[in-house]
Design a protein around this ligand. Structure first.
Ligand code: AMP
Length: 465
């Protein structure tokens, strides 16, 4: 399958060639033809599967065709011309043709950047992000340009709708990106309100890790005869990401293991996930003291600081990002070789999103969870969700006092995972597979924990939602 065969406009094909894309991904090959026919879509796929292009390329194709018909003249130019002739009132709300709703600011910015890339050859298509945390005057300036595409987080968008700065009378395409996450984050009422403000004639495309439960119910209400696309490809199963779990006795043991693994020569960049914003800050500080170029990323940081941190990560100046779930969602940095679950996620879905920060753009990645023995049940819940067993790994010199098999009897039972089950490089207890032989081991890590909850099996395990 080629992009040409999908019938996309030549200006888009040119942009894709410049981006270095040679063939559509599975989700693109399935979604683009249906979207081009104007069908509503319900797509279950993960970040990393190429879903942004799956919804954005058909939309850009429509813009490109309209541009051609209008002789390169856009509704925005017509609006400006009319304004110059004094035909319109002074204030006009922005009237986008396409709206993409995302759960987080980072994902919104990523979608906007991807849109600029895919639409680089289109003369008049402007994509703008409307995000919480961004100064209102700046957003008013952006909206005054009447962008064709809005990429927004729901809360801030509602503010602008209510103050009359945006109306959706002209909206043709609505995309809900990571819909499951938006619902998890409590955006259901905002989404319903936004959808109600859009024309019923719109095309709706919903992307989500799962199409079951609440997401499925909402999807039924807001789509018409949708084509359902379930992608169970390697990106969803994360077959290119090796997963491991290390059982730890206490926080000090956990910190020593993390410190050791971060010093591995195979590591380029890493994301360390914590349950709380405070821990993200504390651990980033500790890692910096220990000599790693580390930075925290969480929802209490101003958008400017978050953007600077992400830029530094993309440029390779930050090697270890210590982040909460919400802040790290949508990060797409090919240099991330390792993901660490310093704290296990509250929801198994978050595990899938977390590990998807590595193994980007067809590379391999390593996802390591550091779990307390009491969290064995949580590891099993993740395994049930992903339908993959996570091999237990023990590093020589860092063995837990309790044996791993005591923590995970099921993984040793017949019918459990076998070496070679979806992970050729699964480690056996006692086998040190991660560090290169003879790699220097620095004991002691970044010091003893100052967290008061060393028996942290009982602590809450969720992020900045
Ligand atoms: P997404 O799932 O949209 O976040 O995309 C994940 C990554 O895959 C991004 O870095 C995209 O630039 C890249 N990508 C998307 N589509 C393709 C394609 N057809 N060929 C190569 N890379 C792609």
């Amino acid at each position: 399958m080629t992009f040409e065969a999908l019938g996309l406009h030549t200006s888009i094909l040119k942009a894709l060639t410049e981006a270095g894309y040679t063939a559509p991904t599975t989700v693109q090959a399935q979604a683009i033809p249906a979207a081009l026919q104007g069908r509503d879509l319900l797509v279950s796929s993960q970040t990393g599967s190429g879903k942004t292009a799956a919804f954005m390329l058909p939309a850009l194709h429509k813009f490109a065709s309209a541009e051609l018909q209008a002789g390169g003249r856009t509704s925005n130019q017509e609006r400006q011309g009319a304004r110059a002739r004094g035909e319109r009132p002074r204030f006009q709300a922005a009237q986008p043709k396409m709206l993409v709703l995302t759960p987080t600011r980072e994902l919104a910015l990523q979608v906007t950047t991807a849109t600029d890339k895919y639409g680089s050859q289109l003369r008049r298509v402007r994509a703008v992000s409307i995000l919480g945390g961004m100064p209102y005057p700046k957003q008013m300036q952006l909206l005054a340009k009447n962008p064709e595409i809005l990429v927004a987080t729901p809360g801030r968008l509602i503010d602008h709708m209510e103050s009359g700065k945006i109306n959706f009378d002209q909206l043709e395409t609505l995309v809900l990106d990571e819909a499951d996450r938006m619902l998890d984050m409590g955006f259901i009422d905002d989404i319903e309100k936004i959808v109600a403000a859009t024309p019923e004639t719109r095309q709706t495309m919903l992307f989500s890790a799962t199409l079951d439960g609440v997401v499925g119910n909402m999807a039924k209400r807001i789509t018409r005869d949708p084509m359902v696309i379930q992608i169970a490809g390697s990106a969803t199963k994360h077959e290119n990401i090796e997963q491991r779990v290390h059982f730890v006795d206490d926080l000090s043991h956990k910190n020593r293991i993390l410190d050791h693994l971060l010093r591995d020569e195979s590591m380029d960049q890493a994301v360390v996930f914590t349950a709380t914003k405070r821990d993200a800050d504390t651990i980033a500080d500790r890692l910096n003291i220990a000599g790693f170029a580390a930075a925290a990323l969480h929802g209490d940081m101003h958008q400017g600081a978050r953007n600077r941190t992400l830029d530094a990560l993309r440029r390779g100046q930050v090697r270890v990002l210590v982040a909460t779930d919400v802040a790290a969602r949508g990060i797409d940095v090919p240099g991330i070789t390792h993901v660490f679950n310093y704290d296990l996620p509250k929801f198994p879905e978050d595990y899938v999103h977390r590990i998807g920060r590595t193994g980007r753009a067809g590379r391999n990645g390593l996802a390591i969870s550091l779990a307390n023995h009491a969290e064995n049940m949580n590891v099993k819940r993740i395994e049930r969700f992903t339908k993959q067993l996570i091999p237990v790994n023990i590093i020589e010199g860092f063995e837990p006092k309790k044996s791993a098999s005591a923590a995970r009897p099921s993984s040793r039972k017949p019918g459990g995972w076998k070496p070679g089950d979806n992970r050729g490089n699964a480690a056996k207890p006692g086998q040190r597979t991660f560090s290169k032989p003879g790699a220097p081991r620095k004991e002691g890590g970044f010091g003893k924990s100052t967290r008061s909850d060393d028996a942290y099996g009982a602590r809450r395990s969720y992020g900045d939602r």
